[in-house]
Design a protein around this ligand. Sequence first.
Ligand code: F6R
Length: 243
Amino acid sequence: VQVVILPSAAEAEQHVATLFAEQLRRKPDSVLGLATGGTPVGVYRALVAAHRLGEADFGRARTFNLDEYAGVPSAHPQSYAAYMRTHLFDLVNLTPDRTHLPEGDAANAEDACRLYDALYRYYGPADLQLLGIGLNGHIGFNEPGFASAPGGTHVVRLDESTRRANARFFGADEQVPEYALTMSAGRILQARSIVLLATGAAKAAIVARALEGPIGTDCPASLLQLHPDATVVLDREAAGALA
Ligand code: F6R
């Protein structure tokens, strides 16, 4: 794993956005693997700015997101589909037929997972996959101790800690969904290149565990150590516990 440490979160976000813009220039029909959550917001902001400057053309690209909450329709403001429209899709030249997320409120979640996985196998793997890291080391919504998922995309029960961490995005009277649809760790690791971004002191301990600890499913992000082209981009705070 290549580790890049930058002084501030803004610089780390800009760096990751530049990697994506370069990927699009190198291969305009790239398949981009995308993530949601708090961490990538600044990456998307920088990518939108690059797009407006003519430095990031999504016209031939295709995107696949890691995950979506189960039971949440894409029109719901807390859906990851809505997040992606707000932060990226509606702000660059990406048409809806080229953006993919698991269908959160499908009548049959297992069928939705199979369909998503079939699409990913057809168009993928991602040329460049963006990841965040959960406070418990999850990637996508593959929580610690996950069982391998031969189907690729599958339904998972979210850890209490994950639901607590994500409660900040929901209203006081709303519940964080208990289940999600996520790409498996195995699928994620099929991406040709992976860039994981972590910022802020709260992530320092788990970043050190993922990069310097033993490789195993009790810290899903540690599996990146097995990937031939993984880069971890950190601000100084998130790098604070590295040896
Ligand atoms: C999001 C995802 C999650 C987040 C992780 C960190 O699509 O798959 O693994 O990357 O929960 O979230 P933030 O960035 O909000 O700390």
